[in-house]
Unconditional design. Sequence first.
Length: 466
Amino acid sequence: MLEQHPRGPDHSRMTQQADANASLAQRDLRHIWHPCTQMHDHQVVPMVPIVRGEGPWLIDANGRRYLDGISSWWTNLFGHANPRIAAALAEQANTLEHVIFAGFTHPVAIELAERLVKITPQGLEKVFFADNGSAAVEVALKMSFHYWLNQRHGEKTRFIALTGSYHGETLGALSVSDVALYRKTYAPLLLTPLLAPSPDAYEGEPGESPEHVATRRLEAMRVLLERHAHETCAVIVEPLVQCAGGMRMYHPSYLSGLRALCNQYNVHLIADEIAVGFGRTGTLFACEQASVAPDFMCLSKGLTGGTLPLSAVLTRQHVYEAFYAEYNAGKAFLHSHSYTGNPLACRAALETLNIFRDEPVLERNRALASHLAARLAPLHDHPNVADVRQHGMIAAVELVADKATRRAFPAEERRGLRVYLHGLEHGALLRPLGNVIYFMPPYVVNEGQIDHLVDVAIDGIARAIT
Ligand code: PMP
């Protein structure tokens, strides 16, 4: 029972090893500067040293277990230290760990590209590898711009992004992101995108359906394209769920409408499926729910099952052909990263696709997602919850100070942090985005483990609002 529902610390073990966490944390803080962190917080927030992973569990140096409710930054699909992926990696490490990917290739990347082309929406036929999500977004932006340039449309230099979007934090990817927390400081360094209002259903008028919000926001996009298509390379979106922007969700009809608008106005559609790809929203790719094929699809995170950094940008044959010319024409796409197409990462990705092939993953996820929905349903009536929303294996709860007006808690009160700390004390890794408590567990969780996550979150919310 303790294994499955670790409600509190195992005290006998803790006294034995009480210093293991503290000593690692101390060494860490001496030299390491962590991402997405005000390091000063660690004067009060514990640094948690994880020494082992096992399925959906993370195990710290003192032997405490945390259920990974956020799939370690949305990467993990089939559990930590997954035996199938680990065995494939061990074999690959003994065969070929890395090779330059210009002029040279290797069978694992070739098979991965073939299989990605097969499973992604029709029309995506060329695969450009990179090594993380932001890099994939950089590739898509540069490739789109360069395509138009090669087509003698050098006047197309701008991108359209949605309000509330997040596409990464390198300067190009941050340029097309609209989460102030990450963008504001660096704004003087960034390209200025054209922002179209998000179809986010939470922003709808009282009683307005998500589909109606999508239609209304499409009209705003149409107006923007009417005015700016001549100078616009591409529209970039996170299909169905704007994740880092607070797990804001929208109706699939927005994507089909947007595809039509991009065709009509002759601009590319970039689908950033870095967070939502590989089964997260219920279908293998979120675009499938709108029967849409983008011009560029960015993949990362779940691509390797959450084991190694890798990303891929899939695009169309005619895009590839616009770069294909005699060398001195100067049309080549020269973007490169040292670890492009890394064989270990590609092998992890292939084994991840094998698991999708061999197991009824999406079917199982449907059952898990409906269990999660049922467990979250009572929160609809919670006096400090304005919205409970879900797309497949992503569910989110919007905490507010006032339910009637949807007035948010001030960000500086850091209510979400209280939920995070409560989770750590009760065996769950929950990492709210501001006032949004969300669940994005690995697909290997069982119903009892979902219960555990939800129970801890509900208790954490009670603590956060007082
Ligand atoms: N796009 C989306 C939609 C993301 O959620 C993220 C990461 N959270 C990125 C891009 C950037 O990926 P990475 O962190 O690997 O650079």
